[in-house]
Design a protein around this ligand. Structure first.
Ligand code: ADP
Ligand code: MG
Length: 592
């Protein structure tokens, strides 16, 4: 049966609108903070009771609202921020829809108290679920306080969708912290049930560095230690912030915070651009961390595409994409010799908690030496003697180099080096893989890949569809120095491989490349293809863990690492070396 069309009463319309704008307490906090900042406030206080369900109070020292505009502020589509359609495309405030206050008032017991700049008296407007509005004189310093009591008291369905008080409060605290990050010149205090939860003092200056303390509070001290500054821009666009070193990464993109004109946004394109900057520095399933501020002329961005303004549109999307990818990448390249200190400190903790299980039941070798001290009757075999001499010579020669002088190899996998500053431990496979990758990349980009022709072509049997796939890509593979040709419907013949890869199994390499061709779907950029293929090749061409290296070979590797970009991490984002400063070593032994 059909019901006739009817105009909705305003109160119901407001409740519907409230569903979009304020779906949870944190959203109310976000809207109120935005209003305070739009009013030029520099001190903001947020008081919360019971995860925002009993009380949300936001107090500011902004320019306030004059008495005769108070009730207007609470009606829908009433705003002081835009006047014309044209304004809609030059938005330089956080709000502009004129929907937040009426929406919040519709679903709470609501009080707004304000004293406008240059007036002597404060006024208050209050109501219940958007009804019984009244205006009264009040006491208040310049600025505004909004009190939201019993949120969703008249929309029980909405309450049912809320999560536990704990997670609702976490969301509030997250909103406050993000706001603080984006507005370092305002102080912000958050209290919950009377106890202070967050406090951000005004930043001391306007430099990017001045933001670090807030950043450390928000992202953690580890992040601040493992981040590099980003500062890029062009044509009125600027990108600033801090991003994590590639070796400091996460399994999700949860810790990526992007702000467009100081507005937090969650935008797939921007996230993709950010990730792209790490492309060949991180494994696919790992994600970088970072806080980035994109500031651009208001007319270059449309913020009116999402109810809570979490998504935006750009007039020059590819320019923005390029700025983010390029700006972040330049900072990473500049810091390419820096590795995350975090794995190091975790390992250090391992060092610091020795549980000497051998103690007591492994005392035999020390029998008889207690009184005289250990006496080493050391008949060094000639090769060891030669190595020792060479190592000593290397120390004299290379101690000042960043990666120092190789003095030993342990477990046939790690190189131990000594520098003026401390100890360095290098993962020989990861490091060499990076070197091969970077060299090969250079050759491929310069279209000058050195090839080694196989004495006899290696014929590799493949399933029919794989053989066809390879046949389709012979030209592409040739640009990488891999010469293959079809050999009947179910095989291909490999004629030459890149010289850099040395004595590699060309068959295994081809099988891995077939996997790449299968998984790298259409639509992927050429760049990505290139890097994937290079990674696969580099992995095949590098020294394996387990290979014995001479002191000279190890030192050659270290010197090459020093002159190769991005050599601090392997293609999968793992560090290729770790460094233990002398001070850390001294600390380990209690000398400090
Ligand atoms: P919008 O922010 O989109 O304009 P709101 O409903 O959030 O819409 O607020 C309506 C208007 O009330 C604002 O345009 C602003 O003029 C005024 N206002 C709201 N909060 C404050 C505040 N804390 N200080 C000063 N003015 C405010
Ligand atoms: Mg607003």
């Amino acid at each position: 049966m059909r019901t006739p069309i009817a105009q909705l009463p305003e109160k119901l319309a407001n409740q519907i609108a409230a569903g979009e704008v304020v779906e949870r307490p944190a959203a109310v906090v976000k809207e109120l903070l935005e209003n305070a900042l739009d009013a030029g406030a520099t001190h903001l206080e947020v008081d919360i009771e019971n995860a925002g369900l009993s009380l949300i109070r936001v107090k500011d020292n902004g320019y306030g609202i004059p008495k005769d505009e108070l009730t207007l502020a609470l009606s829908r589509h009433a705003t002081s921020k835009i006047r014309t359609v044209d304004d809609l495309f030059h938005i330089n405030t956080l709000g502009f829809r004129g929907e937040a206050l009426p929406s919040i008032a519709a679903v709470s017991h609501f009080t707004l108290t304000s004293r406008a700049e240059g007036t002597g008296h404060a006024w208050q407007v209050k109501g219940d679920g958007g009804k019984n509005m009244q205006t009264l004189p009040a006491a208040h310093p310049q600025g505004t306080t909004v009190e939201v009591v019993d949120l969703f008291y008249n929309t029980p369905a909405r309450r049912k969708f809320l999560k536990s008080p704990r997670s609702e409060f976490e969301a509030i605290s997250d909103v406050v912290a993000r706001t603080a990050l984006a507005h370092p010149n305002a102080s912000l205090v958050l209290t919950h049930n009377g106890a202070e939860n967050l406090r951000f003092d005004q930043a001391q200056g306007t430099l990017l560095e001045d933001m670090l303390p807030r950043l450390a509070d928000f992202m953690g001290r580890d992040f601040a230690r493992n981040a590099v500054q980003v500062n890029a821009g062009r044509d009125g666009y600027s990108l600033t912030g801090y991003v994590g070193l590639p070796t400091y990464n996460l399994g999700t993109n949860r810790r990526q915070y992007l702000f467009v004109n100081r507005r937090p946004v969650r935008d797939k394109q921007l996230i993709a651009a950010f990730k792209h900057a790490y492309h060949d520095l991180l494994a696919h399933d790992r994600h970088p961390l970072g806080v980035l501020f994109l500031d651009l002329p208001p007319e270059a961005v449309d913020v009116n595409v999402h109810p809570t303004k979490a998504e935006v549109r750009f007039t020059d999307a590819s320019g923005v994409f390029g700025l983010i990818r390029g700006g972040v990448r330049r900072s990473l390249d500049a810091a390419s010799q820096q590795v995350s200190s975090t794995p190091g400190s975790a390992a250090l903790r391992g060092f610091q908690a020795p549980t000497p299980q051998w103690h007591g039941n492994y005392s035999a070798p020390y029998h008889g030496v207690q009184e005289t001290g250990p006496s080493f009757d050391f008949q060094a075999p000639p090769q060891a003697r030669a190595d020792a001499d060479e190592a000593q010579h290397a120390v004299e020669q290379f101690a000042e180099h960043p990666l120092g002088a190789a003095v030993a190899q342990v477990h046939n996998t790690y190189i131990i080096a000594q520098s003026d500053r401390g100890l360095i431990m290098v993962d020989q496979h990861a490091a060499h893989e990076r070197l091969v990758y970077e060299k090969l990349k250079k050759q491929v980009l310069g279209q000058s890949v050195e090839q080694q022709t196989l004495l006899l072509p290696e014929v590799v049997e493949l399933p029919r569809d794989d053989a066809a796939l390879v046949a389709d890509h012979t030209a592409e593979l040739a640009t990488f120095g891999l010469e293959v040709e079809p050999f009947g419907p179910t095989a291909v013949a490999i004629r030459a491989t890149p010289a850099l890869l040395g004595k590699t199994s060309s068959r295994d390499l081809l099988l891995d490349l077939v996997e790449d061709l299968r998984t790298l779907k259409e639509g992927i950029t050429l760049q990505t293809r290139l890097e994937e293929t290079l990674s696969t090749m580099a992995c095949h061409g590098s020294i394996r863990a387990g290979k014995v290296l001479s002191i000279a070979e190890m030192n050659a590797l270290l010197r090459q690492m020093e002159s190769t970009p991005n050599s601090a991490q392997c293609n999968h984002g793992r560090p290729t070396y770790v460094e233990l400063g002398l001070a850390d070593v001294e600390r380990l032994f209690g000398r400090r």
